[in-house]
Write a protein that binds this ligand. Structure first.
Ligand code: ATP
Length: 475
């Protein structure tokens, strides 16, 4: 029996990117036309993993709870949405140009990468002065840099056949605003009482200045977001006439509760504790809408990076949309006979960054194999079925029967190549937790070998007990 050898974790994000391409997880978009920075397509294995991540999130946030419902809204958006939310004015990054080669960079990223300085929340003047004072030059040609200026990240388009200012629309840079717009309709139709949440998974678009680190910073991605509407708390600053609750702030209570829930979700799906941490935002780096914010960060091969944000958004969004649209988006509390604008605790995770974190955590190189130690719930394929040889009709037929039975319940794969060693390796690489082989003994004993991906140990399981066995392992 083999024992696992020295295990090497992932060395660089480039190593993962080339593995993802080779193994059918993720491909650079538009490759035959030379590609386009910040866009990736998911291949046959990747789409399954991505769907499983989204399904696990939806299950834990919507289906396992009684207080959260879901929606699915459009991605081409009315401009008023993003004017009201503050994104037209404030959804910006500081941009500098190289006066010589005309390359563009995020000024805050240059400060971090070159000076190891955190300038989050600093104004443009401060950032410009810092780069000048420390003589930061263009990383590509050493040319002189311009002053930092604001650059809006939203993609603009036009709706209808005329490209005029009246027809401007934006591709949404986050899914959250669509939840606020539907708040009243959802609350009325689903007859919800506070506290309750509205969740959504969908695409978001940001015209990032410098896409980087594979799937980490891309221009089209997916978010899993949930806005949890609560009664405003006693100690929060409020613009509304909300009923005041006694004791600790409701905002703080739910903020902490959701931080814990979300951290546990990553842990429950197998990410190692030492690779996850919280990072609380300083007051001066809070987004325009936030009263408090914490990131969940993952320890990527290049260092810690945000995979999810948890935000106390107060009543900013509903109040803004009420003000700009002239429509009442307040809530009437039957018991207290009071009307007020609810506050919101938001959990906002990126599907692609979660994908990257799960892959980085699972990817291991052992002496004889690459293995993806993904949680079985996330694995693209749950079990692979092989006939030991391909030239024995009885074995091939029996393996086919096992496959047909299992595929009723699980994502399974059939491989009749008859080269078991190679087949195991291929399945290890894509994270398949169980490999099932039908051999000569199977014909007499009506059982199969089930090989475990991580331990590489095999055991015999009766064919009629296989479905139950896998169900138990995947629970
Ligand atoms: P960053 O500071 O890294 O740009 P952010 O604070 O702007 O991220 P949020 O607006 O809080 O991010 O978005 C919520 C989540 O959406 C992030 O935690 C991340 O997982 C995902 N996300 C945001 N921007 C991108 C992007 N360009 N590519 C991939 N995922 C992204």
């Amino acid at each position: 029996m083999q024992t696992p050898q020295i295990v090497q974790p992932i060395k660089s994000i480039d190593e993962l990117a080339s593995f993802c391409k080779r193994a059918g997880f993720v491909f650079p978009s538009f490759e035959i036309y030379g590609g386009m920075a910040g866009f990736y397509d998911y291949g046959p294995r990747g789409v399954e993993l991505k769907n499983n991540i989204k399904a696990q999130w939806w299950k834990s946030i919507v289906q396992d709870r009684e207080d959260v419902v879901g929606i699915d809204a459009v991605t081409v958006n009315h401009p008023k949405v993003w004017e009201a939310s503050g994104h037209v004015a404030s959804f910006t990054d500081p941009l500098v140009d190289c006066k010589n080669c005309k390359s563009r960079f995020r000024a805050d990223t240059l400060a971090k990468d070159i000076l190891d300085a955190d300038v989050a929340g600093s104004d443009l003047k401060t950032v410009t002065e810092l780069l000048k004072k420390t003589n930061v030059r263009c990383p590509k040609c050493k040319g002189e840099l311009t002053e930092a200026r604001k650059y809006n990240l939203m993609f603009k388009t036009h709706v209808g056949p005329i490209e005029s200012d009246e027809n401007v629309a934006y591709l949404r840079p986050e899914t959250a605003q669509l939840i606020y717009l539907n708040f009243k309709l959802v609350q009325d139709s689903a007859r919800l009482k506070l506290p309750f949440g509205i969740a959504q998974i969908g695409r978001a678009y940001r015209n990032e200045i410098a896409p980087r680190d594979f799937l980490f910073r891309v221009r089209e991605f997916e978010q899993m977001e949930m806005q949890y509407f609560i009664k405003p708390g006693a100690q929060s600053e409020q613009s509304s006439a909300a009923p005041r609750t006694k004791g600790a702030s409701e905002n703080k209570k739910f903020f902490e509760q959701w931080k814990k829930e979300r951290m546990n979700w990553y842990l429950s799906l197998g990410i190692k504790k030492e690779n996850l941490r919280f990072r609380e935002h300083k007051k001066n780096e809070l987004s325009h809408y936030a009263k408090a914010a914490a990131d969940i960060e993952y320890n990527f091969p290049w260092g810690w990076g945000e995979i999810e944000g948890i935000h106390d958004r107060g009543d900013w969004d509903l109040s803004q949309h009420s003000k700009v649209s002239g429509k009442d988006l307040s809530y009437f509390d039957d018991e207290k006979k009071a009307r007020f604008v609810p506050h919101v605790i938001e959990v906002s995770a990126g599907v692609d960054r979660a994908f990257l974190a799960f892959m980085c955590d699972a990817y291991k190189t052992e002496k004889e194999r690459i293995v993806l130690k993904l949680n079985p719930k996330l694995a693209p394929i749950k079990a692979a079925v092989f006939p030991l040889v391909r030239n024995d009709k009885r074995i091939v037929k029996s393996a086919g029967n096992v496959f047909n039975e299992l595929k009723k319940k699980f994502a399974v794969f059939y491989d009749a190549s008859g080269n078991i060693g190679k087949s195991y390796r291929r399945q290890d690489e894509i994270g398949t937790p169980f490999c099932i082989t039908v051999d000569f003994d199977s014909l007499k004993k009506k059982d199969v070998t089930v090989r475990d991906r991580d331990t590489m140990k095999q055991k015999r399981v009766k064919i009629k007990e296989l479905t139950g066995y896998l169900e138990k392992q995947l629970r």
